[in-house]
Design a protein around this ligand. Structure first.
Ligand code: UN1
Length: 511
């Protein structure tokens, strides 16, 4: 297969020649602003999309609010059944939707399909969850009293997603939110709007077939407009935002000024520690996947590797050798592991970061330049390894590109210090077969991240755990475990079934 085959198959299957609207609110609404989707694989146009305008936004929020009033009355297990049916439809469409991801954002075929698989996984999780929305019962201090909590739906939720996981991040927010009784307004990245439309079409078809209200709506506007509108809108009690720290901060300020809630999944600057007690094969594979998958454009990508001085030269020379055999190019071709960056601006950011690293004293050990791939006008760069020093400012930033900074450490204390010295706190890993080292990494003075892995990559989390991170990553948790609680309101209930009115804390109020 190559990108021309992918293009042909996607065009046929999804009729890209037709009118593509980026607004859905129970029906596809006419947008007013034309946007041409360009594939980063070959720089060629894919389709024209009509983006939403402010009228469409208003209609979407109204439709979502009305849908919420009906949807919250559905029993949760019945809501779970609807999500299960969506999961079944996604199973049928998995391969084709995966190809849209490949064409629009340049993921390899297996990564594109993996993304839709992640949606299927979270739909399975949601079905189970729909019968497990548990609340606690507490012992009351008063006689003839019952004290417990219940969890209730919150309202329409705004979900703002990034280009790099254009389908799965929406689903792990939205399927959970819908299962617990919320409706969802989706604001996808304009850089991945085609995937959003195709996902939305697939999902909305099932919602309509099952005669459910429009629980999922979508608005995709140019630039940041729709995101800011959602953030400022008091009708939307919760905003889940995935993206940069800078935009996340602005969204958070807007939402908190109206005392709304946020779930923030912002930047990562993830590191892997490679101990001299590591299984080196496993460590190499883990670092390669973490640094190079999705061309280094995951929030969870490995951006720093911190290597014991005892194995430093062996590990680094093996890493460089592995990099030299990695194929970069058309991501739909067999054997290619690294596709393009999302756009020209991303290539510029890559080039600037390499330049700054060199100015600050870093040494490029491999790559470092934009790359031309025969016959393709896409946005390719050379996967890059830079030997870094602890005090380099650029290593504190998240550059969405395959740049890996390498550090040397003397003892584990120093490794953890380097590890935790950045403002972000999403994912982390240690490669070691030593029990003490691994436990130290997981101890209170160990990794300061929301995700901490042992002998596996910083990237590629499963949906079953809570996903998110600390510090500038924003503190939000999504996906599995009990992240569902973030999409609900908790109500503490006290019931008196006695014939008197005893007061808490022994307070007396005798009339
Ligand atoms: C992201 O980059 O925003 O853990 C999400 C991973 C993927 C999700 C990444 N399952 O790498």
């Amino acid at each position: 297969m190559d990108i021309a085959d992918v293009r042909r198959r996607v065009e046929e299957h999804f009729s890209l020649g037709g009118k593509l609207e980026a607004t859905y609110y129970g029906k596809w609404a006419a947008g007013t602003r034309k946007h041409t989707v360009v594939s980063p694989v070959d720089g060629e146009p894919v389709a024209d999309v009509m983006l939403s305008d402010t009228t469409a936004y208003e209609d979407a929020v109204k439709a979502s609010t009305r849908a919420f009033e009906e949807w919250r009355e559905w029993p949760a297990p019945k809501r779970g059944q609807l999500i299960r049916k969506i999961g079944e439809r996604l199973r049928e469409e998995r391969d084709m939707l995966g190809l849209v991801v490949t064409l629009e954002v340049g993921k390899t075929i297996t990564e594109g399909q993996g993304e839709i698989q992640e949606m299927i996984d979270i739909s399975d999780f949601s079905l189970g969850l729909s019968r497990q929305v548990y609340g606690l019962t507490m012992a009351s201090e008063r006689p003839h009293h019952r004290l417990y909590e219940q969890w209730l739906p919150l309202g329409p939720v705004g979900v703002i997603t990034a280009f790099n996981f254009p389908a799965s991040v929406w689903s792990w927010n939205s399927f959970i939110a819908a299962t617990v009784g919320d409706t969802v307004i989706w604001k996808p990245s304009t850089k991945a709007v085609l995937t959003a439309i195709m996902v939305m079409r697939t999902v909305a078809e099932v919602v309509e077939e099952e005669s459910a209200p429009p629980i999922f709506t979508m608005v995709a506007g140019p630039g940041v407009e729709m995101g800011e509108m959602l953030a400022s809108d008091p009708r939307v009690p919760l905003i889940s935002f995935t993206g940069s720290v800078r935009t996340g901060r602005r969204i958070a300020e807007r939402v908190s000024s109206r005392l709304g809630r946020t779930i923030l999944e912002l930047g990562g600057n993830n590191a892997a520690i490679v101990s001299d007690k590591a299984d080196m094969e496993v460590a190499l594979k883990g670092v390669l996947f973490g640094a190079l998958a999705t061309a280094g454009q995951r929030c969870t990508s490995t951006r720093r590797v911190i290597v014991s001085e005892k194995i430093y030269s062996e590990f680094v020379s093996r890493l460089v050798k592995a990099y030299s055999s990695v194929r970069v190019g058309d991501p739909s071709q067999e054997g290619v592991l690294v596709g393009p960056l999302i756009d020209r601006e991303a290539v510029e950011k890559f080039t600037n970061a390499v330049k700054r690293a060199e100015e600050e004293g870093g040494k490029v050990l491999f790559g470092g330049r934009p790359k031309t791939v025969d016959g393709l006008r896409g946005y390719y760069v050379e996967p890059t390894i830079i030997e870094a020093r602890k005090d380099m400012e650029i290593c504190r930033e998240e550059t969405f590109a395959p740049i890996l900074y390498v550090f040397k450490y003397r003892d584990l204390r120093e490794a953890i210090e380097i590890h935790n010295s950045v403002p972000q706190g999403l994912s982390s890993a240690i490669f070691t077969t030593d029990l003490r080292e691994e436990e130290e990494f997981l101890s209170p003075h160990g990794s300061d991240c929301g995700i901490a892995n042992v002998n596996t990559s910083t990237a590629g989390a499963e949906i079953g755990g809570a996903f998110g991170g600390e510090k500038e990553t924003g503190g939000g948790r999504e996906s599995g475990s009990d992240a569902w609680k973030n999409y609900m309101r908790r109500q503490t209930v006290t019931k008196n079934y006695g014939h008197d009115l005893p007061l808490a804390q022994g307070v007396r109020f005798d009339i």
